[in-house]
Design a protein around this ligand. Sequence first.
Ligand code: DAH
Length: 346
Amino acid sequence: MSELEQLDKVIDQADNELAEINDLNELQQRKANYLGKKGIIAQAMANMRDLTVEARKEIGMRSNKIKQALEEKFEAKRKAIEDAIINKKLQSEAIDVTLPGVNIPVGGIHPLNQIIMELEDLYIGMGYTVAEGPEIETDENCFEKLNLPKGHPARDMQDKFYINPELLLRSQTSPVQVRTMLEKNGKPIKIICPGKVYRRDADDATHSHQFMQCEGLVLGKNITLADLKGALLEMAKKMFGEEREIRLRPSFFPFTEPSVEVDVSCGLCGGKGCNTCKQTGWIEVLGAGMVNDNVLRMSGYDPNEIQGFAFGIGVERITMLKYRIDDIRNFYTNDVRFLNQFKEVK
Ligand code: DAH
């Protein structure tokens, strides 16, 4: 076979090979066989040295044409393979917008946080601001400055978690009263403080070693027990319904004088008496009172100038009453069947 005939065959051979190739790497290799430095075309060119001028011219022109044709064929194939890859990818990533969506379960706001948000809404609406304090508190803020010196018998009203003799996990939110008074330095105050508290109680249906309170403190000129009653009546109506009433009973807290226990009229029997209210028609919901003069003085307030009231709402207590929950542990054991019931509640 002459050199020319051989060259003509190259195109057919390349066509056959190209038809079989689907892979870019392989294509690259095959291309090198034809068009590379040691490829078929380069070989043909090299062999021309021994030929006549005429023949060299002819074969030179022919090889250039073939080279060009091969380059075009390999380039076309490369494009075809790349297009195929892209199409395959597009197909596999195609989204069928008519398919039903995937249902992603969404959490809800914990019932205790819902109640705290409601309390915040209510009291902010009455001009209060929300204060915060640390959960690790000093003995001084938690007790001493609340008129409970070391060794005072009323300290036994709460079992506490001490970290060292001067630090404890706060057993009440009342120390935030002290912190705020020290900060406000004799000026009027109107705050609530929701937050976690800790007590060394064995957990049962009505006790939890960790629970939540919402403290309130209002200090100003000429503030009376009637103002306290008004602030708490609003809360009872908002939380339990417009028809509810409250009553104040004398009690004792070292940080208030006089101190009161506050009851809300029973919503189940409307005050007639039932099992929930132990036939009294009333349910106890919180402690409160007029801030003790000693407490005011210890934090830089002059009781002759400024007086006020304080209260401490048990957040679990009112949540349990509002939703008739009979075991406080439900709030802390994270059973989604329990929690899901509060998803829609705002
Ligand atoms: N700190 C009290 C407790 O945990 C509740 C309380 C009672 C808070 C009377 C007050 C208050 O601010 O005036 O039992």
